[in-house]
Design a protein around this ligand. Sequence first.
Ligand code: B12
Ligand code: SF4
Ligand code: SF4
Length: 303
Amino acid sequence: MIEIKRLGAKFGFSAVGIAALERNPHAAELDRWLADGHAGTMTYLNRQAEKRKDPRLVMPGAKTAVVTLTNYFHGDRIPNLAPRVAQYAWSPDYHDVLGERLEQLATAIRALVPGSTTRCYVDAGPVPERELAQLAGLGWIGKNMMLIHPEIGSFTFIGVVLTDARLEPDLPFEADRCGTCRRCLDACPTQAFAGPRDLDARACISYLTIEHRGEFDATQRAQVGDWLFGCDVCQDVCPWNVSFAQATQDPGFTSRTDVARPDAGQLATIDEAEFQRRYDRTPFTRPGHDGMRRNAAAVLNDT
Ligand code: B12
Ligand code: SF4
Ligand code: SF4
């Protein structure tokens, strides 16, 4: 389906691949991960497990996933001084930007296959996105659990269009190019990996600063260190990013200094109305005013 890939590039995606929908070959790994409690309080992952294990259940009649990657790497243009913010959050909310682009791609698919239907997902549905990206030939799942494209690296968003159209699939990316490397596992500041491809989210700074609700205990406060929102360490050290990640020129992902380098002192003290005014339509709305105030207080305590 060269036409879909050509259109994907035109709409701004860095790479597009196609997978035939089938039962998730790693359903047992998801069950084990959930049974080990590694999802923490993200109980929606338990509720969505059947669909993640068999993405055909997500959209009745769906036959194909058209999977996209979008590079969000910003390079070293803004120095990574405390407080640190993960690069995926530096630009306007990716759900909005990618949502629009995926709708354009979905419209193109419906035009190419008259009578077909589509549904778009980016990070907000019961879709096993990394798994589908690997099946669509876009890269392998590294020991840090990230989908790594061999020429782009892992600083990418994944977006998916499910469709009932039968499209010719790409070959899955079968190779594991991590080899004997284990830099990500060793560099994780909180030793959150129980093993390769087995992240205990409860100890992950990204989980603590974005998904955890309520105050931090003393251990969690220490774990967060100087990260205000998310964490990039297990990607920053990956040789595939060191060698291949290129700063994005995408106008939809221009970095915002007020998000990339926020003032933790202000964040710890501003009221709800001011928080909404400054950070509406940014990823900071996920933890919200309470969560970001808590994170800022923890970072200030650390510095
Ligand atoms: C829950 C979640 C989190 C949780 C849990 C993370 C985790 N490792 O699962 C927390 C909050 C910690 C988190 C953090 C981050 N996240 Co997140 N997250 C998700 C979400 C919503 C679900 C992931 C999930 O189901 N996890 C459960 C695990 C068990 O499932 P899985 O990741 O699909 O893993 C499968 C494979 O590992 C496979 N498997 C197991 N063993 C083997 C062996 C082989 C050989 C193979 C091939 C496969 C395989 O089986 C698993 C089950 O199917 C997805 C979006 C989505 N809908 O998928 C985004 C998503 C994974 N996150 C994303 C991002 C960007 C991040 C962060 C980088 C953000 C940041 N900078 O702070 C960090 C990275 C942390 C890390 N190293 O994983 C991107 C990843 C893009 C990419 N290129 O991979 C996604 C896809 C969102 C998006 N649409 O772009 N995230
Ligand atoms: S995002 Fe940070 S805390 Fe989470 S696993 Fe990666 S290095 Fe560890
Ligand atoms: S740092 Fe090494 S082990 Fe970790 S994902 Fe990258 S290549 Fe794989």
